[in-house]
Design a protein around this ligand. Structure first.
Ligand SMILES: *Cc1c(COP(=O)(O)O)cnc(C)c1O
Length: 374
């Protein structure tokens, strides 16, 4: 990495340069262990989504806890995470275009690569790339998950698509994918449960269609941080692919559990540490984290354990934080812990992730796949 690291192992928190991406190691490890235990208890494979953290070190921890492999969203992201030693990667996306297909097929010579399709015209492109590299690409057919996004909409197209994949010598059909991102964030638990049920029913129908035609369907992959418990209980999926659970974020904190309380199945482990640049009045300050250190597509971030402070505005390099009546306005130079509103794109803003434990810097990790959008 070209940018300077914000801290060194052994530093105390006050020595961290800001704005810095921070991961609380105890919370991270607890989250990784809890999801692994949940998957084991539900008899499901766990394939965490690495687009959330983009980190070799975190992939290693997930695999050590029992993950069968990882998901990546981009081929370049997968390439950047191969040094973790992971040998089984699902690119949970549709890889289109010559440059990407080349890199995908080349990667499949070294590690087991599975990817998605829902279009018979795409099958020919995948086969052509795999043939040129004498590689095998394993394929999941992506089903529509109720959002009319990337999945197969026309159920009658399933068998012809599966047969085309089966007829391609360098492709191997492994099963189905059904994932809906926005549905993970439906606020009432009953709505997330209904969405998960609809997806499970679609997957179940597709599995029966394939198996009735003598086509085996070994894997049905899906589910995320908002529906992992419902997905497991429904029993249609064989594999869970949650991502955000390692960190959590402000948007997931706005979901509700079945009991109507805030959705907190995992601990908040990700923060942006920021420093007060200017404290000129009794009711507001400016800090050194703005749009280039945060991501605001899910709204403004919040402040960890500071319910008296509200992050109200961000410019490129600065944020404005206001003090509620009766609250305490931070001083010049004071450190504040921002809870990102959307973890994945926030991580992508930083070259380094500072791992802290017991009030000290335990380690400083590169965000290995930062910027890997290709
Ligand atoms: C982002 C993503 C996930 C993980 O979702 P979370 O809500 O972060 O748990 C799983 N599968 C696919 C295809 C995704 O794009």
């Amino acid at each position: 990495m070209d940018s300077p690291a914000p801290a060194r192992p052994g530093d105390d928190i006050g020595a961290i340069d800001t704005p810095a991406l921070i991961v609380d190691l105890d919370a991270l490890d607890a989250n990784i262990a809890l999801m692994a235990q949940h998957a084991r208890a539900s008899n499901m494979a766990l394939r965490p989504h690495a687009k959330t953290h983009k980190s070799v070190e975190i992939v290693r921890r997930q695999v050590a806890a029992g993950a069968v492999g990882i998901c990546c969203q981009k081929v370049s992201e997968a390439q950047a995470l191969v040094p973790s030693g992971v040998t089984d990667i699902l690119i949970s996306n549709h890889i289109v275009g010559a440059a990407k297909l080349e890199r995908l097929a080349a990667l499949a010579r070294n590690v087991r690569i599975t990817t998605l399709t829902s279009d018979i015209r795409h099958v020919a492109e995948l086969e052509d790339a795999a043939r040129r590299y004498d590689a095998t690409l394993e394929i999941l057919i992506e089903l529509d998950a109720g959002d009319a996004r990337m999945g197969l909409l026309d159920e009658a197209a399933l068998l012809p698509l599966a047969e085309a994949i089966g007829a391609a010598p360098h492709l191997k059909l492994r099963g189905l994918q059904v994932y809906n991102g926005p549905f993970q964030h439906l606020r009432p638990q009953a709505d997330r449960a209904a969405a998960a049920r609809a997806a499970a029913e679609r997957a179940e129908r597709a599995r029966v269609t394939l198996e009735s035609a003598g086509i085996s369907c070994e894997v049905i992959s899906g589910g995320g941080t908002g529906t992992f418990a419902e997905d497991a209980a429904l029993g249609a999926l064989t594999e869970l692919q949650p991502g955000s659970y390692v960190f959590m974020d402000g948007d997931y904190a706005r979901n509700f559990s079945a009991d109507g309380l805030p959705y907190r199945p995992f601990r908040q482990s990700l923060f942006v540490l920021t420093r007060v640049l200017r404290s000129p009045a009794a009711d507001f300050v400016y800090v050194d984290a703005g749009v280039k250190a945060l991501n605001l597509d899910s709204g403004m971030p919040t402040l960890h354990e500071r319910s008296d402070l509200v992050f109200t505005k961000a410019s490129d390099e600065q944020g404005r934080i206001e003090t509620l009546p009766g609250g305490t306005t931070p001083d010049l130079g004071e450190l504040l812990w921002i809870v990102p509103s959307h973890c994945d794109p926030t991580v992508n803003q930083f070259d380094w992730m500072v791992a802290v434990r017991n009030g000290r810097v335990a380690d400083v990790w590169p965000v290995d796949a930062r910027g890997c959008v290709l």
